[in-house]
Design a protein around this ligand. Structure first.
Ligand code: SF4
Length: 82
């Protein structure tokens, strides 16, 4: 199973706060003044806002990445490749 994960790269974020202005339920600001993700897997309109925030972040610090959800059980058989 795959999903999309919204992240703020703390190495890039400069604390402009534009992300929080786009959608304050998706993004907040840390006590140190940097952007933080409040809803890492947005859907519907929130996902649209996530893309808007990505486009409005001057530091390109926000991304919405495909992430593989780890299986809940180990594989029962090993796949063979030819
Ligand atoms: S807009 Fe970008 S640089 Fe500014 S606080 Fe949000 S993530 Fe950080």
């Amino acid at each position: 199973m795959t999903g999309m994960t919204l992240i703020v790269d703390p190495a890039r974020c400069q604390g402009h706060g534009r992300c929080e202005l786009v959608n304050p339920t998706l993004f907040g600001m840390s006590e140190d003044g940097y952007g933080v993700v409040l809803d890492p897997q947005p859907v519907g309109g929130a996902k649209t806002d996530a893309y808007r925030a990505i486009g409005n972040c001057p530091e390109q610090a926000i991304s919405l990445n495909e992430s593989a959800t780890p299986p809940t059980h180990p594989p029962t058989q090993i796949e063979e490749y030819s």
